[in-house]
Design a protein around this ligand. Structure first.
Ligand code: UT7
Length: 336
């Protein structure tokens, strides 16, 4: 009997309409387009402006775009996983709300929080459910309304992040195509360097935490950068080595979009040329849990059955890792 692998069989995405450009940020904080572009590669990011809408709105939109493209009855979905660092609420699962809103009434659902590695960890979770034979359709969504936790007076963070969501469907495959291997790691040493200090059980919300702006993202950029460069590149190199992949046999690097320089360091370590590196950081900025599926949505038309993809991410915690997956379909054939 052939082994079951977990393949990605559909992709969906959503970006809110409002565009926040570097020129607009120049009006808000002491920064400039040249600094932002040369240090990060970001030109603009999307922002969900409506204060009455949370991350669930982005997630629902991305899921709906997938359902429409795939012509999938949401009742067939067994599980909905929402990777997010910005849930609608501290308590009450965002995924449960999303699943109900899209009509996935036969599914169970939960949120997964691993900061910028959330989608990567979610891929391994979804794939394990499928490969075990336990479930046949797992919808994984990466969604973040980063603008809800950013201080737009802090130039060290407000230039980096954007809002967005992407979704993928995992299904069983009998031809060996799909999820192949993962190298995932975490190190709690990182929580001092990238965090939201207040609002959790360690430091509940109080007037003092509000006055101290402890509900916004704080990042020691330099330290995070150092860890990100070495760990993301290392994870990608390890996954290549473990699977006897070479720079010739890898078709695509799918890297977390935090900083162009981190992406370049990872590609360099893998020996992968620029034309094999997926990128949309210039348009989207860092959308945390959404970067990887947004890339898949942007590059879907260029992907072919059997293409070898290496995903790599690094985020708060610290959390990081790499995943090797082979692509399971040709978009052009699917649409015929
Ligand atoms: O996705 C989750 C993981 N996160 C990451 O991977 C992010 C990792 N870190 C980074 O991407 C980079 O560290 C940043 C883009 C956040 C910052 O770039 P950097 O090259 O590390 O700059 P820096 O923080 O060392 O700051 C250099 C200088 C400082 O001025 P002085 O002290 O040299 O006078 C900053 O105050 O640039 C200044 N600066 C800015 N200047 C203009 C910091 N932010 C800005 C800004 N505009 N927005």
């Amino acid at each position: 009997m052939s082994q079951i692998t977990a393949a990605i069989t559909a992709v969906g995405s959503y970006l809110p309409e409002h565009v926040l450009t570097n020129a607009m940020l120049e009006e808000m904080v002491d920064t400039n387009d040249e600094w932002i572009t040369s240090r990060t590669g970001i030109k603009e990011r999307r922002i969900l402006k409506d204060p009455n809408l949370g991350t669930s709105y982005l997630a629902i939109k991305a899921a709906e775009s997938l359902l429409q493209k795939k012509k999938l009855d949401p009742k067939e979905i067994d599980a909905v996983i929402v990777a997010t660092a910005t849930p609608d609420m501290m308590v009450a699962s965002t995924a449960a709300y999303v699943a109900s809103a899209i009509g996935a009434t036969e599914a169970f659902s939960f949120d997964l929080q691993a900061a910028c590695s959330g989608f990567l960890y979610g891929m391994s979770t979804a794939a394990a459910y499928i490969a075990s034979g336990m479930y046949r359709k797992v919808l994984l969504i990466g969604a973040d309304k980063m603008s809800s936790i950013i201080d737009y007076q802090d130039r060290a963070t407000c230039i980096i992040f954007g809002d967005g969501a992407g979704a993928v469907l995992f299904e069983p495959n009998q031809d060996g195509v799909g999820y192949q291997d993962a190298y995932l790691r975490s190190d709690g040493v990182g929580r001092d360097f990238l965090r939201i200090e207040a609002g959790g059980s360690l430091l509940p919300t109080s007037q003092k935490t509000l006055d101290n702006k402890q509900h916004y993202v704080y990042q020691d950029g330099k330290t995070v950068f150092k860890f990100a460069v070495s760990n993301m590149a290392d994870a990608a190199a390890r996954i290549m080595e473990r699977n006897a992949l070479t720079n010739d046999t890898v078709h695509w690097l799918v890297p977390h979009q935090a900083n162009n320089r981190i992406i370049e360091a990872t590609a360099q370590r893998m020996g992968v040329p620029e034309n094999k590196v997926m990128r949309n950081i210039e348009r989207c900025g860092n959308t945390t849990s959404a970067t990887l599926p947004l890339l898949l949505a942007d590059y879907e038309d260029q992907l072919h059955t059997g293409d070898r993809l290496v995903f790599a991410a690094f985020g708060g915690g610290f959390t990081w890792g790499a995943i090797y997956l082979t692509w399971a379909y040709d978009t052009k054939n699917e649409l015929k």
